[in-house]
Design a protein around this ligand. Sequence first.
Ligand code: IFM
Length: 727
Amino acid sequence: MSWIISEAGRQLEKTIDFGNKFLIGNGYFGYRGTMEEYGKEELPACNLSGIYDQQGTAWREPINAPNGLYTQLFVEDEPHDLRTGEIVAHSQQLDMLRAIHQRKTVFSGRAGKVTIESDRFASSTDNHLLHMIYSFSLEKTARVRLVTGIDGDVWDINGPHLFDYSYYSESRTIAVTAVSGELGHKIAVADTISLSFEGEVRIFETEKGLFRQIEFIAQAGKSYHFTKAVAVYTSQDVEIPLEQAIKASFSANKTGYKLAKSKHVEEWKERWTMSDVLIEGDEKAQLALRYSIYQLLILAPQHGQTTSIPARGLSGQTYKGAVFWDTEMFMLPFFLHTDPETAKNLIKYRIQTLDGARAKAAEYGFRGAFYAWESQENGQDACSDYNVTDVFTNRPMRTYFRDKQIHISSAVAYGIWQTYVMTDDRSLLLNGGAEVILECARFYSSYAYYQAEKKRFELVDVIGPDEYHERVYNNAYTNKMAAYTIDIAVKALEALRDVPDYREALIRKLDYQEDMEQLAAMNAELYVPEPNDETGLIEQFDGYFKLEDATVEAVRSRLIDPKEYWGGAYGVAADTQVLKQADVVLLLTLFKEEYTEEVKRKNWQYYEPRTEHGSSLSPCIYALLACDIGDPEWAYPYFMKTASVDLTGESKQFAGTIYIGGTHPAANGGAWMAAVLGFAGLEIREGKITVTPQLPEKWQKMSFKIQVKEDVYQVEVTKEGGNIWKQ
Ligand code: IFM
């Protein structure tokens, strides 16, 4: 109950959607929910985390490994293929409790009804492994030809990325290696199978793949199956990935599918014990929230990985597989409250990529750390100056995401500080966290502009979270976050006082003495727009209220092409008050204790009808603030929108002509935040855990666990109040 996501019927028009919806993964790779017989036109992908390639001048993107699950069944030479076969029934489902993808298709053909079933999972105990059991039965006795192997002709947006294919086969194991074009990464995929039947086996290779063909006469009514253990390694993991992949797939096969599966399921049960959020009274919300949590769990970098989570998860190559502020501001809270070790891994990625952020700051003539808007493996910015393509001219449009979305550095500093405060783990500061915070603060002090006549520092020429308005002055969110960064830099230096040697060495290493004085000045004089005394409104940026006050619908009606970009120089929203996503409302959510309820309510009511929610990051923030001001019924539709974004597939698919589809882990994290921090009203301040429930009408009860430092707490919340106890 409420653990199964399923779809019935062929629905070929939804192939891409279902690839996202039925994704499995384990932090190291994501494997899309496509059928075993699919080729690259249907976008199957074993999308690898943290390994990228560039072809020519096209965008750098993550590498999709050769597809080790490729399997096609021929009966009397007739392919049994969901795309072309005659179908009696078809279903696809995701068992979220066990993180297993299942498929069942009944074909009708020369051998009567032919049933194919498969189960697959991305191992949670060894994240290099992908397991599958594939079974079939025929109504009539017939000659069967099963082709199964490793298909290296993979789907790429800006590929091909893999070259120099080479093949290996020995007994029941086959392997394919290939080399990436830009950096020469070696990618190895090995697969070992066990058959429940005997047949004539022939190994054959294609230009980019290695397969076995197994032929035999299948008896009517008898069930046949094989299991497959696929191992994926790259030269980022080990020196000789081929050797390691063969060894891993061989030994996984020896362990056996059954045992591998039971260990995997055990591990997932553990995860759910800690991460599940129970909602009584609303099945639909329960399913959607669980699905959101499932999505976050399949992306969590585990087993010592120090990669982070890309904006489209591991569902493919959209958004260049890059890491955005989505991670720190939208996903991190879930991990911080349920799995602090993973939260620390995410933070480590930012610490490791500090040099990339320094290089970017220097590139623009600033000091400190300006983190990449679209960060790849070394912190280099994958965001191009021309990040959107105009639908009319097909020409790249100059956008300023890369150079002006300076709030990214504050998100990194915020994430580190939140993790430090929540875990009380000083090693995080000592092992690079403090250095990152200081460098981010230094960036803002270097970016800020002192307005002598106003006697204040300002941040001019920026883009706030609302990307439709470029190059604005004093975006309230950005200024507030920069002020926060400076404040925590001062606090981090304070926190290091009892390790004076380390503190001194850090200040010396960064040559930070003068910066400390500058930070003190900025702390006092950085301008942060305040609520207007009469209206209570915070202006999103200087001059925002003077823009045309059009409705979202009016602005939408001005589109000539539905895929047209709303922002940039000529976008329909650019000279209106219509905003893409939560901006001031995000500020008020993050710093809710600093503003009165009246101010929060007035701003929510003002900005809500003007927000297009063109980013999946937006609705959860409206849900959170609505809960904070005691209006759960306002919050509920936004919560549902957030929690079901990858279930309904109803999200923006294009920015200009650029395809931006895939899963939405920030929205998934937002769903958790809206439920736990919003409806349950969970707060942890100075070690004190409280709840202030604002449950939607239908919800009778919520229960969940959280971890604070070493302790796990059970939280139960009803409309009347809550109970929290240590486990
Ligand atoms: O980070 C977001 C941004 O805020 C809006 N556009 C999409 C990005 C990736 O999710």
